[in-house]
Design a protein around this ligand. Structure first.
Ligand code: ADP
Length: 269
C-alpha cells in the first residue's frame, strides 16, 4: 500500500532523473563542442603571427650579421609582431573571462552619468582630432544593472571601433538617454561601413570584414564578441545597422536599476 505508492513515485523520479541526466549530457556535449571550436579558432588565429615572426627571424638569421639594416628591421618587426600576439592573448583571455562571469558582478549597479562623462572625456583626450557630438539625455542619479567596468569596456570597444573604422570624416555621435526602464546608447560613425552580407557576423569571435585592415589597426576580431557577451549577461541588447561606405550605428539597451519598493525613506540609514 504505502510502499507501492512510494515505488510508483520513485519510478516517476527515476524517469525525471533520466530526462535530467540526458539534458545534462546534451549540455556537456554542447560545451565540449564549443571548447573544441574555440581551441580551433585560437590555433588558427595564432598561425599568422607565428608565421610572420618566423619570417622575420629567418631573415635575421640569414642576413642579420652582415646587414645592419636587416638586423634593425627584423628585430623591430619581430617585436611588433610579438606585441600583436600579446594583445591577442590578452583579448582571448578577456573573452574567456566574460564567458564565466562571477555572479557577484550580476548584482552590481552603475550610475550612468559619471561613467559617460568619463568615457567621453577619455576619448576626447586620446583622439583630439575627432569631433564627438555627445547627446546626453541621462537623468541625474539614473543607475543601470551592470558592473561599472563592464559597461565601460563595452563603450570603449564601440568608440574604439568608430575611431578605427572612420575614414576622412572624423566625427562620432554618442548619445545616451534614460527613461524609467532602459538606458539607450547609440554610437554612430561616418566611416567605411559594413556590407549587408557581413553585418550580422561582426559579433562572431575573430570575424573581421577586412582582415588586413583590422590587423593594421591592431584588431583581433574579438571586441564585439566581448561586448555582445557582456551586454547579454546583464539582459541587455546590442544591435548594429550599417551602410557600406557611409557609416555604422551601434545601439545598446540596458535595464535601469529600480530601487526596491520596500526600501522607503525610514528604512534607509
Ligand atoms: P576588430 O578588433 O577587428 O575591430 P571587432 O570584434 O571589434 O574586432 O569588430 C569586428 C569587425 O567588425 C571589424 O574587423 C570590422 O570589420 C567590423 N566593424 C566593427 N565596428 C565597425 C565600425 N564602426 N565600422 C565598420 N566596421 C566595423
Amino acid at each position: 500500500s504505502d510502499s507501492r505508492i512510494k515505488i510508483r513515485k520513485r519510478n516517476d523520479e527515476i524517469y525525471d532523473l533520466t530526462i535530467n541526466i540526458n539534458k545534462m549530457l546534451d549540455r556537456m556535449q554542447a560545451y565540449t563542442n564549443q571548447q573544441k571550436e574555440f581551441v580551433e579558432d585560437v590555433s588558427h588565429e595564432l598561425r599568422t603571427p607565428v608565421a610572420v615572426l618566423e619570417g622575420h627571424l629567418s631573415m635575421l638569421q640569414r642576413w642579420g650579421k652582415d646587414d645592419p639594416e636587416v638586423l634593425n628591421d627584423s628585430i623591430n618587426s619581430s617585436l611588433q609582431e610579438l606585441k600583436r600576439m600579446q594583445s591577442l592573448i590578452q583579448e582571448m583571455l578577456a573573452l574567456t573571462r566574460v564567458e564565466q562571469i562571477d555572479s557577484e558582478y550580476l548584482d552590481q549597479t552603475t550610475e550612468v552619468k559619471p561613467l559617460f562623462t568619463q568615457v567621453y572625456n577619455d576619448f576626447k583626450m586620446l583622439h583630439p582630432d575627432f569631433v564627438v557630438n555627445f547627446d546626453d539625455d541621462i537623468q541625474t542619479g539614473s543607475k543601470v544593472k551592470i558592473y561599472r567596468d563592464h559597461l565601460e569596456q563595452v563603450l570603449i570597444i564601440l568608440l574604439d571601433n568608430a575611431f578605427k573604422y572612420s575614414g576622412d570624416r572624423k566625427e562620432i555621435n554618442l548619445s545616451a538617454s534614460t527613461n524609467s526602464a532602459l538606458l539607450e546608447v547609440v554610437v554612430q560613425d561616418y566611416g567605411v561601413g559594413i556590407a549587408k552580407k557581413d553585418v550580422q557576423r561582426v559579433f562572431n569571435r575573430f570575424y573581421r570584414v577586412d582582415k588586413a585592415r583590422s590587423r593594421k589597426r591592431g584588431g583581433n576580431g574579438l571586441g564585439l564578441a566581448i561586448a555582445k557577451r557582456l551586454i547579454e549577461i546583464y539582459k541587455g541588447t546590442i544591435t548594429v545597422e550599417s551602410v557600406l561606405g557611409s557609416g555604422t550605428v551601434f545601439r545598446i539597451e540596458l535595464p535601469i536599476y529600480v530601487e526596491p519598493e520596500s526600501e522607503t525613506e525610514t528604512d534607509k540609514k
